[in-house]
Design a protein around this ligand. Structure first.
Ligand SMILES: [Zn+2]
Ligand SMILES: [Zn+2]
Length: 499
């Protein structure tokens, strides 16, 4: 939901009303989707002769309704002064919506630090894959699970060895964030594992004792990556994804050539390699702008192994008491693919996507046509029910030790079921026994809305009084406030311009 509040006004029933609009419909990203999504869908379907998957079309639709008051909102009211506040509904999608992405980032990071990650040192292990395997993971996301199992087993074995324990004497723990994109909103599936930097050993009384691990050496890291690669290759060959022939390893021709594969494969492959999937410039590379000075190729970094396009990075460690830094790290690895500020239009009507950090060759922006940009957005949408956060070892939802090691937090009071339903977030659906963040705390932390202190009188507490979903009521309230009661219009599908 988007926070609104500022000029106090009066609602139709006479209560003072407070609103401050974040106007999603005025961002460049919104306008691009508004004007070009329909053309993109029509064009993709025409050029491939297949339907674009429903979940991608739904994502575009939901994004266009996200944060728009004309599609409905919640009314909050102060118990003391009767002051009102409106909160527009949000799309809660995981693809490219910047505001929902930013909110999910805050919620997830807060949840992990408050309720999941034990008070022990944590090391981040990042595994990146060579480009052909990225394309494979994008096309067959179910492969992420066995890949992750291989990585977890290798790291856990290393930590057990470090502690001098055998497999049944100790247990590790980790949270993995499956990140689907790189800094250019390119599809770059890689794994960020926050691994407890050590193992738990059960004491005589059954209570777990943590044995801290030492820092791995560069040689150890290299050997670990070597093991990960050979096990991954074995696993993928066993599953028939890789084919060994004449001493070479090949990617098996994907046999699924359903509707979905025909539209999705080219989009995903293009988004991985920065190429354009369909249209007059199909197969060409996205143009780049070089603003920054080229940087020298960085020298070999410590605790970063590179072999055959795979890389394993393990240099980031968070000390036991640095929970603030842990939360920052959690935010970093759960950050959304896009932010509104990074998407701009140039005078020629092309999209300029600003990179988060300039590339080594000095590239600062990618330039593409609006339709090419739509392709990239479409490739960012994850399949429904694909869980992007996984818990392992002692942190697995059904692990016996879990209850004994996760942070203990005082019970927080809830403010009613409608509030908690509205506050549902991805993490909660993944947790078997969610330790819910209270609605009021969540609003404070995520929207910066203080539910305990009314912005008008400063004393009263805000309560949700109604969900406004019916057109006539929405129109009445918005018209009264001098706001546009109609949703922004959608662009129609147009012929693609040839250049
Ligand atoms: Zn949204
Ligand atoms: Zn008040």
């Amino acid at each position: 939901m988007h926070a609104i509040g500022r000029q106090p006004q009066r609602a139709p029933d006479g209560a003072p009303l407070h609103y401050e609009r974040h106007r999603p419909e005025q961002t460049t990203l919104y306008r691009l989707v508004q004007q070009h999504a329909a053309s993109f869908i029509a064009h993709t379907e025409a050029s491939t002769g297949a339907d674009l998957p429903r979940f991608i079309k739904d994502e575009f639709d939901a994004f266009l309704e996200c944060g728009i008051l004309a599609h409905g909102f919640l009314r909050l009211r102060c118990g003391d002064c009767g002051h009102d506040k409106l909160l527009a509904f949000s799309c809660k999608r995981r693809g490219f919506c910047p505001s929902c992405g930013a909110r999910r980032m805050s919620q997830t990071a807060a949840h992990l630090v408050d309720h999941v990650i034990p008070h022990v040192p944590v090391r981040q292990w990042v595994l990146s894959l060579p480009i052909p395997l990225r394309v494979l993971m994008a096309a067959q996301p179910e492969l992420v699970t066995p890949v992750l199992q291989v990585v977890q087993r290798v790291i856990t074995r290393h930590l057990l060895d470090d502690a001098g324990l055998s497999g049944d004497e100790g247990q590790g723990g980790a949270v993995t964030l499956i990140q689907r994109f790189g800094s250019a909103a390119n599809l770059n599936i890689h794994l960020h594992c926050l691994v407890l930097d050590g193992v738990y050993r059960s004491g005589a009384d059954g209570s777990p004792a943590f044995i801290e691990a030492g820092t791995p050496t560069d040689d150890e890291l290299h050997a670990l990556l070597q093991t990960v690669i050979s096990r991954l290759m074995k696993m993928l060959t066993r599953r028939g994804v890789l084919v060994e022939d004449m001493g070479q390893t090949w990617l098996a021709e994907p046999d699924a050539d359903g509707e979905e594969a025909r539209t999705l494969r080219p989009l995903q492959a293009a988004a991985v390699t920065y190429r354009i999937a369909f249209g007059p410039r199909a197969g060409q590379k996205v143009l780049t702008l070089r603003g920054a000075m080229p940087r020298e190729a960085t020298a070999r970094q410590p605790l970063c192994a590179d072999i055959d396009g795979f890389s394993l990075h393990a240099a980031v460690r968070v000390e036991v008491h640095d929970r603030k830094r842990l939360e920052q790290l959690c935010r970093y690895i759960t950050r959304p693919a896009l932010s509104d500020e990074r998407v701009q239009l140039n005078a020629a009507g092309q999209v300029e996507l600003k990179l988060k950090t300039a590339w080594r060759d000095g590239t600062t922006h990618l330039v593409m046509s609006p339709l090419e940009f739509m392709q990239r957005l479409a490739a960012l949408v994850p399949r429904p029910r694909l869980h992007l956060i996984r818990f392992h070892g002692v942190l697995a939802p059904n692990a016996k030790l879990r209850r004994l090691v996760v942070p203990r937090t005082p019970q927080v009071q809830e403010q009613g079921t409608e509030a908690s339903a509205a506050a549902e977030c991805e993490v909660e659906t993944l947790q078997a026994r969610p330790n819910r963040i209270s609605w009021a705390r969540l609003l404070k932390r995520v929207f910066d809305i203080d539910m305990q202190h009314c912005p008008n009188c400063g004393v009263g507490e805000l309560k949700i009084i109604a969900a406004i979903l019916e057109r006539p009521v929405i129109e009445k309230i918005l018209t009264h406030l001098g706001l546009d009661p109609q949703p922004p219009p959608r662009g129609r599908a147009r012929e693609v311009e040839r250049d």
